[in-house]
Design a binder for this molecule. Structure first.
Ligand SMILES: *Cc1c(COP(=O)(O)O)cnc(C)c1O
Length: 452
């Protein structure tokens, strides 16, 4: 109902009532206007009706939803199943064009607008989380590993033809290494150094590798911020300085780091003090949406790699993962986003404290802030049987081969980490009740385990 229609309607129904109803509509339209003019997260989250209204209206701007459209091309966003159509709000054109995944799609003004808004809101959300000076964001419908591969391919294209090495402080997460190998690059794993209970980037070994291989043969260094204890975040600031002075690239795998204020400020410090070409993070881990997307961000200092990834992307792309993120961010608003971030920080501190006292009672220790444990490998299966997912028992001495690389002590990010331990995460969406229930089941399992 626009103003003209409201006026016509008031000839049918009492003016006062139409005025009141019109006001209700105007309130919602104002939210949309504020979004389009301010181009940032709404201060307060929208209600679902407004979100649906907005998406539905915008969807009607795509050519497949025009009232009198005749599509005679090979790609006309035809959808056979009404259920599929509804699941996507009628948005079927996807995003981008063959030349650039961030380009506007002429047949789909609506989808193009939503994709743009998604990128803008994610950029704002990164800022709220503490990642400052973000200059470019692209949300792609591929998960973190694939987004890393795409970023590495774009990075490779910017380096001398002879460059083929990627220095990579070891993180025992198979995707990370496969992302490098799938880009047809040669990974050079760097062992971490044990300091106390924690594992840190070996900057000395890194510099030696740079000297040995020569900067021109190196495509980039891939560092990792978000990871499980006892591995600490990589020394991204030192690496950023090294990359800047040596003239090769630096990509940060920040898979689930957006939810950590400490990791966001670490990323900020890295690109303020040195070179960071792109930071890659997961949409499901950070924004509580189904698996399917990743955010590639760059600082305002240099957005060229993000632009290059968009341009190199072959073909169009699904907009579904972007729509999920957009809906979630509109529903949270800056206020709701802040709240879930604060909650997570609270649950993290709570988990650390509770786990500390639990470990003390049980004669174990919290790594990073571990005491020798007995072999615990059975414990993982016991916990899983009791409906606890997400914990992992990392036993000593596991050998693993991934894409031609062999690792000792796999899982612990180190050849010979001196303890067997159990990991768990206080991630976005974890509640204190989850922590309490986990510790109670762990207590039961430990007792049973000790009797076994
Ligand atoms: C989750 C994760 C990945 C892989 O992410 P996908 O989204 O499954 O591709 C890579 N690296 C780290 C550190 C992760 O935590």
């Amino acid at each position: 109902m626009d103003e003209a229609n409201l006026k016509l309607a008031s000839q049918l129904i009492s003016r006062t009532y139409i005025d009141q109803g019109g006001d209700a509509l105007r309130t919602r339209r104002k939210l949309i206007k504020t979004l389009l003019s301010q181009r940032r997260l709404p201060a307060e989250g929208w209600d679902e009706e407004t979100i649906e209204l907005f998406i539905k209206e915008v969807s009607l701007m795509d050519s497949n939803n025009f009232v009198k459209s005749v599509g005679v091309g090979e790609r006309e966003a035809r959808v056979a199943s009404p259920l599929v159509y509804r699941r996507h709000f009628g948005l079927a054109h996807g995003i981008g064009r063959s030349g650039d995944v961030a380009a506007e799609q002429p047949k789909a003004a609506g989808s193009s607008l939503l994709a743009k808004l998604c990128n803008i809101l994610v950029q704002d959300a990164l800022g709220v989380a503490g990642m400052l000076d973000v200059g470019a964001v692209t949300v792609l419908p591929v998960a973190t590993g694939m987004a890393l591969t795409l970023t590495l391919l774009a990075m490779k294209a910017q380096r001398p033809a002879t460059a083929r090495y990627v220095l990579w402080p070891r993180i025992d997460q198979k995707t990370c290494l496969k992302a490098i190998v799938s880009a047809n690059l040669e990974a050079v794993p760097l062992e971490n150094v044990l300091e106390g209970d924690e594992l840190h980037t070996d900057m000395v070994a890194m510099r030696q590798q740079v000297d040995r291989l020569g900067p021109n043969s190196i495509v980039c260094i891939v560092t990792t911020t978000s990871c499980f204890a006892p591995r600490a975040a990589d020394s991204v600031v030192e690496v950023a300085k090294l990359c800047k002075s040596s003239g090769f690239g630096h990509i940060i795998n920040n898979a689930y780091g957006v939810q950590s204020a400490a990791l966001c400020s670490l990323v900020t410090a890295a690109w303020r003090k040195g070179r960071v070409d792109a930071v890659v993070q997961s949409t499901d881990k950070n924004f509580m949406v189904p698996v399917g997307g990743a955010v590639i961000a760059a600082s305002k200092q240099d957005t060229s790699l993000v632009d290059a990834v968009n341009k190199a992307y072959p073909g169009r792309a699904s907009m579904s993962p972007l729509l999920d993120v957009l809906i979630t961010l509109l529903q949270w608003g800056a206020d709701g986003w802040n709240k879930v971030l604060q909650q997570r920080e609270g649950v993290y501190r709570y988990a650390l404290q509770e786990l500390g006292s639990f470990a003390q009672k049980a004669g174990q220790k919290v790594p990073g802030h571990s005491k020798p444990a007995q072999p615990l490998s059975m414990l993982g299966a016991m916990l899983f049987k009791r409906g606890v997912s997400g914990t992992r028992v990392v036993a000593q001495g596991k050998k693993q081969s991934i894409a031609g690389h062999s690792f000792q002590g796999y899982g612990a990010h180190h050849d010979s980490y001196p303890h067997t331990y159990l990991t768990f995460a206080a991630a976005l969406g974890t509640t204190k009740q989850d922590v309490d229930a986990f510790l109670e089941r762990l207590r039961v399992c430990l007792e049973e385990f000790r009797r076994a």
